[in-house]
Design a protein around this ligand. Structure first.
Ligand SMILES: *[C@@H]1O[C@H](CO)[C@@H](O)[C@H](O)[C@H]1NC(C)=O
Ligand SMILES: *[C@@H]1O[C@H](CO)[C@@H](O)[C@H](O)[C@H]1NC(C)=O
Ligand SMILES: *[C@@H]1O[C@H](CO)[C@@H](O)[C@H](O)[C@H]1NC(C)=O
Length: 368
């Protein structure tokens, strides 16, 4: 991860390789993660993707929605960290140690440590499935995989599971944030206890895109806005991302686990959708993702989690043409031919530079 980055320009958001913006001693190169989804029939081969990310971008982490062996092989020796995901349906069987051991032996050990695996995500948004059988086996599967990793001398790989914000029964204002009744003590307290003991992160998928109203669009996009005041804390929230993160923080605090690290496993904004679809545009996608990257890397944290940097994975790397709706097909930073969706061009010396037409946005970003 890049550390102590103090300067920023929108040019450096996602794609800059070592452009020195303001001083001769500081190199601004934001690290950022992306979800490498593959619901498409036109994506380039993984080896090409790995070379592209390594040589042309500052993306230093990817998250997969499976444990695709070709991708894991392709990212060997790139230094790019990889998160793999266990299929939801595999969770019940993996609650037993022998099954967890063979899953690790088959899916992880052939690639470890040449491929830098950092997390195993056990299922995706399991609580949102409302499937009691899966939910009951989630933590046992996480523990069994943890044990299997330890016994295979792969203890650097951490185990977690990403949650949608549907786990909260209230989130506005943030101080009302709490886990759904029935899940708080029975499900989340033990999961968070596991994270605390294993020093693994609580993974959440905050999506202001799914939470904004017409009047809160600027608030969701990190643009100038009137703010949202939380009367309990006296905090005036100026962006919805902070508010969603602090709602999660409050829920964790209410069960006694606000010290556990949080990873943003997914967040993003589509650049295109159906005609007239509210809030969907290229400019908005650029504003959200660009400002998000700046924000999470700034070290400012959130009002209730000051000075914290959140490891963040944008959804997603590519536009995926087999997703069901137009907007879902257009969350990508890149097209399948590796050209950027936002207006980006690659300069002669191999650096990738962002260009775009909104001068105000550009100026805003450069002033910060
Ligand atoms: C365990 O892993 C470490 C680091 O990956 C390696 O240096 C060591 O040789 C391994 N030990 C065994 C017994 O495989
Ligand atoms: C919250 O902050 C915004 C933006 O700085 C400001 O316009 C607004 O007046 C503030 N509201 C309150 C209640 O402090
Ligand atoms: C956060 O960082 C600022 C500036 O370095 C410092 O003044 C402040 O005390 C820090 N706050 C916490 C809670 O660590």
């Amino acid at each position: 991860m890049a550390t102590s980055i103090k300067v920023f320009s929108l040019f450096t958001i996602l794609f800059t390789c070592e452009i020195d913006v303001f001083s001769s001693t500081t190199t601004a190169a934001y690290s950022i993660g992306v979800n490498y989804g593959t619901v498409a029939n036109n994506l380039p081969p993984p080896s090409q993707v790995a070379t592209f990310l390594k040589t042309k971008t500052t993306i230093d982490r990817i998250k997969l929605f499976d444990a695709n062996a070709d991708i894991l092989k392709a990212f060997a020796n790139t230094g790019i960290a990889v998160t793999v995901t266990v299929g939801n349906g595999d969770i019940p069987s993996l609650a037993k140690l022998p099954a967890a051991q063979s899953w690790i032996a088959n899916n992880i050990l052939p690639f470890h440590p040449q491929t830098k695996l950092n997390y195993i995500a056990v299922g995706n948004e399991i609580l949102a499935t409302s499937d009691k059988f899966l939910i009951a086996h989630l933590l046992p599967a996480m523990k069994a995989l943890r044990s299997a990793l330890d016994s295979a001398n792969a203890s650097t790989i951490k185990v977690s599971t990403p949650h949608s914000l549907g786990i909260l029964s209230a989130s506005e204002p943030p101080s009302s944030g709490k886990f759904r009744k029935g899940y708080d003590k029975a499900i989340f307290a033990p999961i968070l206890e596991y994270h605390r003991q294993t020093k693994s992160p609580f993974m959440v998928n905050p999506y202001p895109y799914f939470g904004f109203q017409p009047e809160t669009l600027n608030y969701a996009l990190f643009k100038p806005n009137a703010g949202v005041f939380d009367p309990v804390t006296g905090v005036n929230y100026t962006n919805m991302f902070d508010a969603q993160m602090d709602a999660v923080y409050w829920a964790m605090k209410k069960v006694g686990y606000e010290d556990v690290e949080i990873v943003v496993a997914e967040t993003g904004w589509p650049s295109a959708g159906d005609p007239g679809q509210p809030g969907v545009s290229l400019e908005n996608a650029l504003s959200y993702n660009g400002n998000l990257v700046k924000h999470v890397n700034s070290g400012k944290g959130t009002p209730l989690m000051p000075n914290r940097t959140f490891e963040t994975y944008i959804f997603s790397l590519f536009n995926e043409n087999l997703k069901p709706s137009v907007s879902e097909q257009n969350f990508g930073l890149f097209r399948p031919d590796l050209t950027p969706v936002y207006d980006v061009s690659i300069s002669r010396d191999g650096q990738v530079t962002l260009f775009f037409s909104d001068v105000n946005l550009l100026n805003h970003a450069r002033i910060v």
